[in-house]
Design a protein around this ligand. Structure first.
Ligand code: C5P
Length: 217
């Protein structure tokens, strides 16, 4: 039984991938399983918080005790987050939001024709950047999944997106990142202090991340 150290707190969490349609039968997505975000949602419920979980499509069961908002595209996720931002005390951006979406969504299935084809992409809104602009004294926590220059990129994102904490993980390392049940995380705060943790389950990692958030309350 965990201590209820988030009693009375409202937490808004994004999790999972987004799905960006090309036509009625195809989409662009990424390897996010949603596991890390869902474990964070469960950990907050266990520790007494009220949780709104905005999730892209995953294969995991909806955690008990959360308000669940399923979304598909980054634009849908953005709208859902903006709808629930005001009431939140803590925002955790664990979703792997697609950076770009197809410029045009074709009404009919794209037919095969030429040997090569080009799909034009346009930038999606950056949800955690907007949260950083609007958050006032709310706490925002982001993730940085990288394959190189992990700490430098993570520090840059923390600053650019006005986050209070960023959780960095090297997704090219075995036992870290997408699809697996374990993670190897580094937690960076606003003073750019880096805390490194050994490989652990995503459930354990979630509680470590909550311990760090609790210190900011
Ligand atoms: O810049 P990058 O996508 O690597 O930043 C990762 C962090 O920003 C994560 O917390 C992710 O959830 C968030 N993000 C977002 N909206 C985007 C892109 C990333 O909220 N369009």
């Amino acid at each position: 039984e965990k201590e209820k150290d988030f009693e009375g707190k409202k937490v808004l969490i994004t999790a999972g991938p987004t799905r960006e349609p090309l036509d009625p039968v195809r989409y662009i997505t990424n390897r996010s399983s949603g596991k890390m975000g869902y474990e964070i949602a469960k950990a907050f419920v266990e520790r007494g918080a009220r949780v709104v979980l905005v999730s892209g499509p995953t294969h995991i069961d909806i955690p008990k005790g959360v308000t669940f908002i399923p979304v598909e595209t980054a634009a849908d996720m953005y709208n859902a987050v903006m709808m629930h931002l005001e009431e939140a005390d803590i925002i955790v951006g664990a979703a792997a939001v697609a950076d770009y979406r197809p410029k045009e969504v074709k009404k009919e299935k794209i037919k095969k024709d030429e040997e090569t084809m080009v799909i034009e992409l346009v930038k999606n809104p950056d949800i955690m950047y907007e949260v950083g602009q609007k958050k006032g004294n709310k706490i925002s926590v982001g993730f940085a999944a990288e394959t190189e220059n992990l700490i430098d990129y993570a520090k840059k994102k923390l600053k650019e997106k006005n986050m209070d904490l960023i959780v960095a993980n090297d997704v090219s390392q075995e036992g870290a990142g997408f699809e697996v049940d374990t993670n190897i995380i580094k937690v960076i705060n606003k003073d750019l202090e880096v805390k490194e943790y050994p490989m652990m389950t995503k459930r354990e990692a979630a509680h470590v991340i909550l311990d760090e958030i609790a210190k900011l309350l």
